[in-house]
Design a protein around this ligand. Structure first.
Ligand SMILES: Nc1ncnc2c1ncn2[C@@H]1O[C@H](COP(=O)(O)OP(=O)(O)OP(=O)(O)O)[C@@H](O)[C@H]1O
Length: 379
């Protein structure tokens, strides 16, 4: 009996057996899935991609009905797909959550201003509320100003700490207790690898968690794309024709992360499953129990009954604090001075004493005046 190939319902063209989608066996395969090299059609790709994210959300009980969730929206591919998918799955599966877009403007001219324009378009396209907080308004520094002082090499360290707090502050302002980000499987595998290479056991333990909560902060963070490959996110955005901003940050990633990323990409080319495999390894690592510290006492201070202070004389820092605030900025923090304030203090000491933008008050003008102004700057 001769084989009659099915027709592709979208193309109405007969499809050769070898070209059929390996999932539906009826449409023409046009994608080789980066995750497992399966040849599939566009509709099956959408289906598996969306279903995998839904399964991750359901199996980890990520949301509860009535919860308001902020999507950390940078305008890039990951967070644009995340906002789109969150809205789609919320409507399709009735999660009953309220979604808000939350963006941080780090103050990087030619990069973040353009990507925020994309987020503003996404806000209209997806009909979601949008809140933007900026480094300038929160810290009185833009990332461009910080880089002038600390250099490109250290920029990610500053940006990471400030952005984390800015997202928290933005969520707090809106009364939101849950921020989701577009961190994907590649990002996670890269972080596991970096923590192994650095011997950073404390971070290694947390690096594969889908949900993280920092000490002292009521805001939790989660990564619904934990198992999604970067390449599949890009494919999804491409086929769905989503409007996203694709330029890389002006300040390249920190050298060590960049190298780990490159290494992961080389490994993925040889063995595509290595991204999921490394996450799986991270999830199943059982770390040696920590050695007990000399003496830890629990003390209820009159000011804050929730405060538990580690009275180890060598390392007299608070280990767990609920509702405590940074002494400088007053924002929630598990330490006396929050990380952002420690970094900002160093920056303030190096802030140019003369503001170039005020130079117009001089009677002279032109390059000579600028040169004299620059000569008076202290770093
Ligand atoms: N400026 C920002 N405002 C709000 N959320 C942000 C911002 N920058 C990053 N995020 C969140 O953190 C996630 C990881 O950010 P990262 O800088 O690693 O960018 P990325 O992997 O290129 O992601 P994207 O493609 O979404 O920009 C983003 O997906 C987003 O959810």
């Amino acid at each position: 009996m001769s084989y009659t190939p099915p027709t592709d319902p979208t193309n109405k063209q007969p499809v050769k057996l070898s070209q059929l989608c390996e999932i539906c066996h009826s449409r023409k395969a046009i994608i080789r899935r980066p995750k497992n090299l399966q040849k599939i059609c566009k509709l099956c790709f959408y289906h598996v991609f969306e279903t995998e994210i839904h399964n991750t959300i359901v199996s980890t009980k990520l949301f509860y009905p009535g919860e308001t969730v902020a999507v950390g929206a940078s305008g890039g591919k990951d967070s644009t797909v995340l906002a789109y998918i969150m809205k789609l799955l919320n409507e399709r599966h009735h999660y009953g959550i309220n979604i808000v877009l939350l963006s941080v403007d780090e103050g990087i001219v030619g990069y973040r201003d353009d990507s925020l324009a994309t987020v503003k378009r996404n806000q209209k396209q997806y009909n979601l509320p949008l809140e933007i907080v900026s480094y300038k308004e929160l810290y009185n520094w833009t990332m461009d100003e910080i880089v002038e002082i600390v250099g490109i090499r250290n920029s990610c360290t500053y940006c990471g700490v400030l952005r984390r707090q800015a997202l928290d502050r933005g969520a707090n302002k809106l009364g939101i207790k849950h921020v989701v980000t577009g961190h994907n499987a590649d990002d996670m595998a890269e972080t596991v690898l970096m923590n192994i290479l650095r011997g950073d056991v404390a971070r290694l333990e947390k690096s594969t968690a889908i949900l993280t909560e920092s000490n002292g902060s009521p805001i939790k963070r989660s990564k619904p794309f934990k198992y999604m490959y970067q390449k599949e996110i890009v494919l999804y955005a491409h086929y769905k024709k989503l409007d996203y901003f694709s330029t890389e940050c002006t300040y390249a990633p920190e050298a060590f992360r960049g190298t780990a990323r490159e290494y992961m990409k080389n490994l993925e080319a040889i063995r595509p499953s290595c991204i999921i495999d490394i996450i799986h390894s991270g999830e199943n690592l059982v770390l040696k129990p920590k050695q007990a510290k000399k003496k830890t006492t629990v003390k209820k201070s009159t000011a804050n009954k929730n405060k538990i202070q580690n009275e180890n004389t060598e390392d007299n820092k608070q280990v767990f604090v609920d509702g405590n605030r940074c002494e400088r900025c007053g924002y929630l923090s598990s330490n006396k001075i929050c990380k952002a304030c420690i970094l900002l203090e160093g920056l303030e000491m190096n802030r140019p004493k003369v503001n170039v933008s005020n130079a117009h008050e001089d009677s002279e003008d032109g390059a000579a005046k600028n040169l004299r102004t620059l000569e008076r700057l202290h770093f």
